[in-house]
Design a protein around this ligand. Sequence first.
Ligand SMILES: NC(=O)c1ccc[n+]([C@@H]2O[C@H](COP(=O)([O-])OP(=O)(O)OC[C@H]3O[C@@H](n4cnc5c(N)ncnc54)[C@H](O)[C@@H]3O)[C@@H](O)[C@H]2O)c1
Length: 345
Amino acid sequence: MFWDCKAALLVEVGKSYKKISLMEKVKIGIIGTGFIGNVHGRIYSGLENAVISALYDIVKEKAEKTSKTIGGKVCDSREELFDHCDTVLVCTPNKTHIEIATDAVEHEKHVFCEKPFAIGTEDAKKLLETANNGKGVFQVGHNRRYAPVYQKLKELIKTDCAHSAHIKMNRGELKNPVWTGDVNVTGGFLYETTIHLFDMCRFQFGEIEELVAYGSQHEYPELDEFSIIFKFKNGFHCTFASSSDASWHFPFERIEVFCHHRTIMTEEMEHLIDSQGMDANFETHSFAMTEKEERWGYVKEDKAFIDSILNDKEPPVTAFDGFKSVELVESVYKAIKTGQKVRFD
Ligand SMILES: NC(=O)c1ccc[n+]([C@@H]2O[C@H](COP(=O)([O-])OP(=O)(O)OC[C@H]3O[C@@H](n4cnc5c(N)ncnc54)[C@H](O)[C@@H]3O)[C@@H](O)[C@H]2O)c1
């Protein structure tokens, strides 16, 4: 029996050794055990430095079903869940994030809040202040920042001078889950889907200086079709289109970046195509064969959260980033309503 370098005990079993990890385990509590709660739950249950400790869902059977696959005590209330974990994942529909995340911070928990951070600038300001005054780590669920395709894009545009871009972020429908078509729950289509690539704009190209936007309403009782132009503080600019019912035609999200005699294009989180020079040759980076949870960035996102907790580090996507993405959503709605450009100081 001896120790290896990762604080694990190696116990002799016959002619080999069995590894028993004595690493500190982060005790995870999941609030909302629907689609995304289960995605994160499955990932954390496979990490050696995390354990699923507690689950709470207003539909108890959902938490019971999740518990059968990943473990965790099924709780009857948020309060009970807080008693059984040190870290809370807020995986409930959009409008509930502010209340649940605030409650978790006030109970001195580390908090992972799914996107959107909040609905409306006022609530986002309040939650930012709460998170900044909290005792634990606060991370926001903009998973795409960790997707290999977008990390590759960031790496490539760092070495070249990107001039402008064209971005598309579509959805096929607002029917699944059913609440995605209810503006009182989502805060609006931009909060549900488009916000992912609003955050991506800041991640790839920097802070935005001003925007103009047009919107219209077709299939749903809210604005559901958008055309936006962003100008960035560094002079970069891009067009951005987003439709809520454009079918799930591949690729429903795409970034095309234009550089000097070079176009770099992403196709969802599957491929990146890099066309350099005047002869139209191109190189393809494909991530299509990796597991979806890796490809969409969820695995790296969850590992980053644990790393921040265990090493007392700022997370890669902070409450401020969450706030900025809400500010962008609200600014686009304001630009459409007023017909005026919106400037950021
Ligand atoms: N980052 C991503 O890629 C990604 C993907 C999907 C969803 N999301 C976000 O995650 C959140 C959840 O989405 P989903 O698709 O998992 O929805 P879902 O409907 O599948 O699951 C939500 C769950 O929360 C439960 N719930 C509702 N109100 C609750 C409350 N007050 N307390 C406890 N439980 C409650 C519901 O019963 C349900 O089981 C949304 O904010 C959504 O925008 C993010």
